[in-house]
Design a binder for this molecule. Sequence first.
Ligand SMILES: Cc1cc2nc3c(=O)[nH]c(=O)nc-3n(C[C@H](O)[C@H](O)[C@H](O)COP(=O)(O)O)c2cc1C
Length: 536
Amino acid sequence: MRIIYPAKSCTDAISALKTTTIQCLDCNQKGNIAAVFASSRLQSGATASTDPVERRTALSRQQPTGQSQSVYPEWLGDRSFTRTHGSRFAYVVGEMARGIATPRMVVEAVKAGLVGFYGSAGLRPETIADGISEIESGLGGKAPAWGANLIHSPQQPGYERAVVDLFLSRGVARVSASAFMSLSREIVRYSASGLSRAPDGKVARSTHVFAKVSRAEVARQFMAPPPQKFLGELVAAGDITAEQAELAAHASVATDITAEADSGGHTDNRAAGPLFSSLVQARRETCKIHTLDADQIRIGLGGGIGTPWAAASAFQMGAAYIITGSVNQAALESGLSPEGRALLADAGPADVAMAPAADMFEQGVKVQVLKRGTLFPMRGNRMWTIYQTRDSFAACTPEEQKFIETALGEPFTAAWERTRTFLADSNPRELAKADANLKYQLALVFRRYLFFGAQWAREGDVSRLRDYQIWCGPAMGAFNEWVCGTPLETLANRSVKQIAWNLLDGAAHITRMQARRASGEDIPQTAFDYRPGIFD
Ligand SMILES: Cc1cc2nc3c(=O)[nH]c(=O)nc-3n(C[C@H](O)[C@H](O)[C@H](O)COP(=O)(O)O)c2cc1C
């Protein structure tokens, strides 16, 4: 397409362009592109030549030869993603447990054109219900681009069902399903309850499952129709209709599969590239087996995305959407305390470590956490080593006992008493088991320490600063390095919108440079640099 405009100077040309009718030389279609300008280009408030953002403008004027390549943030990712979920960008602000991804974070994400997931894992259904109300009132009940998290909880019978009941009764149209190793009846219920036959004969969905996975064998289950056994049980229980079961038998459980590479929190530390390609193969094979349209199953990518380079590479691989987590935890809207966010702002990419997970301590499950400024990972890992080798607190060496009591901040007996009191109230059966098993007592006291590590960090208990458990992946440190010396270095400027728009605009810039390079232009290395600024 060629555009001819009646202007001499560059500024005149651009303003003329906004009101000029353009005509395609190939098909002769005409149209006005003002709307394109208004909606597609992220508006930047930075204009001074000293501002880091200005470097980007200067760069894009450098076009040495050949055709310029238009790449806008809105064009990154799969168009069907933004169409289906009602967002401007193919960008998800990921759920962060126990309300760290607050209702306010979700509202601000949606207002910024992103998809936001409420961090409902680990919250009681009543608290989740309040969060949903807050999101609905913040968005005026209109915007669709948000959802909540359903965490697979086999150790808490009834929880998944209560949360799915809540989501269905409140019309939560998007659910990110995480921690699943295999499908549960409840996630199948949520998915199938939203199926209906559209007037054009196609299958319509009013409930959308985003399956968060880091293994192809789990992804395959979400990409395929659900097992007949679940559908039969759900129909028999009156949870779904026979028509829904029939439709579900020929439709994938999820249409959005989030590939979770090395991330904050629970992670298999997978490298993004091999994980993504593995899911692409899984999709091809699964769709062939079940005669499904592979284009109907989008694969998004997250884990390690804290810079435009990481975001651009995800889109370049073909990711339908990207998801961020760690970087949003330091954002203004985060449920983490200011003290915790200040620690995150100091982190470098290597300042993370794996530490025992409170909920699955005895199984040896680990989570990725912040290492710098807290002793939590060191203390947690030592507790795990002690637990593996000792059968009780009394069996520990004096040096180990001293370490345990220093970390707990009180004698072991006092910590056990507190744990006991809590269990007497919440889980008498567990208490009976622990009273008869000293090793189990050790595990429960350690688990309590690990659990409170996260609570102290959320609440900002400065007396336990050194014991903060803050889930965090390398993306956080990469982000900090990238924003160093720019307005986003200041925590007060880090809103989910500023973070996302800078990542997206930077990814568009890098993609544009790459497209020009790939089309034969000689693009210098530094042209791929992108410095963040503040957007209006
Ligand atoms: C503090 C924190 C809490 C998280 N909690 C959850 C959760 O409850 N459920 C879940 O599916 N993912 C959770 N995640 C993962 C994020 O939703 C997201 O997928 C991930 O952080 C992306 O990787 P990144 O941390 O490298 O950006 C959490 C991540 C962080 C940093």
